[in-house]
Unconditional design. Structure first.
Length: 65
């Protein structure tokens, strides 16, 4: 299972990169927003889950960015 997860993530990333390149080459303006304002806005929500199972899962997701 661990190998399939690693494989899926690699394939997903490769596909995302290729897809973004394709739309950009077709003339679409790809805008990458600054994520920090969003992180700041939801920090108080994540703080409430600190020390819980949901908090642990959220931390793992955030560290995997």
């Amino acid at each position: 299972m661990d190998a399939s997860v690693a494989y899926q993530r690699r394939v997903w990333e490769e596909t995302a990169v290729k897809s973004l390149a394709a739309v950009a080459s077709a003339g679409v303006e790809v805008i990458r927003p600054d994520l920090e304002p969003f992180r700041t806005a939801v920090k108080s929500i994540w703080d409430r889950f600190e020390g819980t199972e949901i908090g642990k899962l959220a931390r793992r997701i955030q560290e995997g960015e």
